[in-house]
Design a protein. Structure first.
Length: 164
């Protein structure tokens, strides 16, 4: 279960908006988190709290295959990103670093910035606490859930190799 406050963005939030190229001289997760989404919302990196939810329109994470983009979101404390659709490479990079993603086209219209929401990745539901509204999405496959529960692809692989 993921619970947090909603931050809303529009369509086509690209990887340059998620983490600007000028901030890539220091790849430390803390530096990336300090600059995440600052060109889309200058207050985001300063005010995001652990567990907050980014809600966006279509094609989130488009642009370059910058793997620092999902890492910046994760280290800033983002609990999940919910969007109508994701760029394929961003989706894969996010799962690899253990950042939960939800594909849900109804979410953007069902929520307002600041709403508190509850996401159940296994049931495929998002509940808006303000009004009790629920939207549904296709739950993430078990294999991807296993990667997320492990904290990303590297920890998942280490656990798996350790078991074998």
């Amino acid at each position: 279960m993921i619970e947090g406050r909603v931050w809303k963005f529009g369509d086509h939030i690209n990887t340059d908006l998620i983490i600007p190229g000028r901030c890539l001289d220091d790849y430390s997760p803390e530096n990336l988190a300090a600059h995440v989404l600052e060109d889309a919302d200058p207050q985001f990196a300063k005010q995001v709290r652990q567990g907050d939810i980014v809600v966006a329109g279509r094609n989130f994470g488009c642009g370059s295959s910058r793997e620092q983009a999902p890492l910046a979101l994760k280290y800033a404390g983002v609990g999940a990103v919910v969007a109508g659709s994701f760029a394929r490479i961003f989706f894969r990079n996010a799962i690899n670093v253990g950042l939960p993603l939800v594909v849900c086209s109804q979410a953007h219209d069902a929520m307002t910035a600041g709403d508190e929401v509850k996401i159940d990745l296994q049931l495929g539901t998002i509940e808006v606490k303000r009004n009790g509204a629920k939207v549904t999405f296709d739950p993430m496959p078990d294999f991807l859930m296993s990667i997320l529960r492990s904290g990303g692809l590297v920890p998942f692989t280490r656990e798996r190799l350790h078991r074998e």
